[in-house]
Design a protein around this ligand. Sequence first.
Ligand SMILES: [Zn+2]
Length: 276
Amino acid sequence: MIRINKPEQAPENLIIDGKKRCISHCIAYSDNLKNPKKTKKKINFDSKIYGHSDVKETLIQSQNAKCCYCECKIYENGDIEHFRPKQAYRQFPGQPRQWPGYYWLAYEWDNLYLACKTCNQKHKNDLFPLYNPEDRAKNHQADLNKEKPILIDSGKENPSDFIKFQGEFAIGIDEEGRGKATIELLQLNRKALKESRKNKLIKLQKEQKNCKRLQDLLNVLNDTNQNLEITELIAELIEEIDQITIRINQSISPEEKFSEAIKCAFDTNFEFILGY
Ligand SMILES: [Zn+2]
């Protein structure tokens, strides 16, 4: 996970159409309350509003075309993720769903991210645990500020304050345990992710070792008597070292898949990656 900086201004369709639909959902909720038998009635959300191409495109840009949780690359096929689930919520995995969810936040810009299908549908789904479930905002009139969520909100917090990587493994680092809980709840150490991260890190470690080897060779050549052949060889080596350096620098840019794990690997000089 990395910090996500969305534009403050929501896409226009959320402001116009989303506000109207939100009002209709709030009215539907109040009507349901009058009839206790209907309190679990599902609300019909309009995916054309929160899934509008402008919303998706803005999220793709803001998230460097990566899943907000696992940092896999996604594009138009990503799911719109409601951080606070719109239809129903669960406090923890395996617990029953509670209705309604945060229906009034279905089109709220702050609540929307883009996630891969595995993170969104299999792991996060309608999970939204709170430190104190008694503080949960259960309708549109409740105070959201009372809630203390366990999951890290990468649009408001910096995930690197909570989660670091040792090689391909994500580990929680904050005393409160929110990083650890987020890793477990979203299964950020699932097998496929770890394999994929490891492959990428090993490839980069090879590049870095190769770069050092070429640099050593360059130093030796620089100390020898120069002739035309050696001068040409030096120029070739410098070019190759430059190309590798560009690739390494690119690999830790936020656009790159798993950039946080890669950054941690370079910070620790690949201490946690076993040899290849
Ligand atoms: Zn994901």
